[in-house]
Design a protein around this ligand. Structure first.
Ligand code: GDP
Length: 394
């Protein structure tokens, strides 16, 4: 059950964004007060046009979309890797997520205090990244000591000896250490060998998790697609292994979300924003005004290598989440463990084929006629957007 987590300094907008996501979706857990270290989890509904199409086609009484679990990990401050603030407890929460939204404040506000007094996203990026890297450095030194112990035992060497380590272990360790010491997430490095990757997986590092940089700016900056910090942030990210940057504005998203129940008001809000954009002398397709929340959720899912398959019928249309590369029996197991054990075959239609062929009908008859309804066996690798019926003997 893979999760993303929001990470960032206090007052950058993590809980605001978590609430925005929860507002559009159903919050799984109640809001915990900030002072506890229990993270707040939202289940963000994955925006999915294919799913919506299937829902419109079947109009079933039960509709279950895919969700992305996101944890609001509060409490990181400078020195956390050495136990400051919520310290290690906080870092263990990061260890428990599979991908990180690194939220950075680029909005000015006299009302919102910055922990370091001034707004400086580059300094903040450095602070957070170095806390994560310092923690990884500590993990690495433990890992290497453990490996040395193992080798000593294996070779019957004295405790005081400094045994040579395996070649692949040593190179994996050296590369990780070099990255971490330059404040660069290990995850961004692309030239590890397969053997090194296997070893690094067991290192238990935080910076092997994918990171998405989310830049929280004022509504005005967001609308004009400009913020004085963005080019500097881009340069910093490039210098630290690269990565995806998503500019957004909690202020804008919050205003939009407050209008959720009133489609007309929402429309006129968007219109007003578009007029503001035009008044700034900006126009063109790049300046369309829309929420970034769907992109944020999709990017998180992508970072975790997740995709959907669907089951669709008169009673229910449902999206199920699997890892890319999942085989049909394991996908069946997501629905019910018995389906995996008793897996016989999967009947599969690709969404695009269904859409092109079904001609308004709810069933798969037309898809079958066209020879596009497939029988797949145990070795079938699930494709994104498969519509599936699993046959099983349970
Ligand atoms: P957290 O500590 O990272 O969870 O930050 P919060 O979400 O609690 O935000 C801290 C304060 O900043 C709150 O008062 C928010 O209303 C405010 N805030 C968040 N995003 C924005 C923004 O985009 N613009 C402005 N002006 N204030 C914001």
């Amino acid at each position: 059950d893979l999760k993303m987590g929001f990470v960032g300094l206090p007052n950058v907008g993590k809980s605001t964004l978590t609430n925005i996501l929860a507002g559009a979706c159903h919050a799984e857990a109640a809001n915990y007060p900030f002072c506890t270290i229990d993270p707040n989890i939202v289940q963000a509904v994955v925006p999915d046009q294919k799913f919506q199409y299937l829902v419109k086609t079947w109009m079933p009484p039960s509709v279950v979309p895919a969700v992305l679990k996101i944890v609001d990990i509060a409490g990181l401050i400078r020195g956390a890797s050495e136990g400051a603030g919520l310290g290690n407890a906080f870092l263990s929460h990061i260890a428990a997520v599979d991908g990180i939204y690194h939220l950075v404040r680029a909005f000015d506000s006299d009302e919102v205090i910055h922990v370091d007094d001034s707004v400086d996203p580059i300094r903040d990026l450095e602070t957070i990244q170095s806390e994560l890297c310092l923690k990884d450095k500590e993990s690495l030194s433990k890992v290497v000591e453990k490996e040395k112990d193992r080798v000593r035992k294996e070779k019957g060497l004295a405790r005081s000896s400094d045994p040579p380590l395996g070649e692949i272990f040593q190179s994996a360790y050296d590369k990780c250490l070099q990255l971490i010491e330059s404040n660069t997430p290990v995850q961004t490095y692309e030239d590890f060998s397969m053997g090194e990757v296997d070893i690094i997986r067991d290192f238990g590092l935080i910076t092997t998790k994918p990171q998405i940089y989310v830049i929280n700016m004022s509504k005005n900056n967001f609308l004009r697609k400009g913020n004085k910090w963005l080019p500097k942030i881009q340069a910093w990210v490039n210098d630290h292994g690269g990565g995806q940057i998503i500019p957004m504005s909690c202020e804008f998203e919050q205003e939009l979300m407050d209008l959720n129940d009133d489609a007309d008001a929402k429309q006129s809000f968007i219109q007003k924003c578009e007029e503001e954009v035009k008044a700034m002398g900006l126009s063109g397709p790049g300046f369309a005004v829309k929420s970034v929340v769907p992109r944020l959720i999709r990017a998180g899912r992508q970072a975790l290598c997740l995709q959907s398959f669907y089951t669709a019928g008169p009673k229910e249309v449902r999206a199920w989440t699997i890892m890319k590369g999942t085989l049909a029996p394991q996908a069946a197991g997501v629905i019910h463990t018995d389906f995996e054990r008793g897996f016989i075959k999967a009947e599969v239609a690709n969404f695009d084929d269904f859409k092109a062929l079904h001609n308004g009908e709810k069933g798969m008859a037309k898809v079958k006629e066209a020879g596009k309804y497939r029988q797949e066996g145990k070795s079938y690798v699930m494709q994104d957007g498969d519509i599936v019926v699993f046959m099983h003997n349970t």
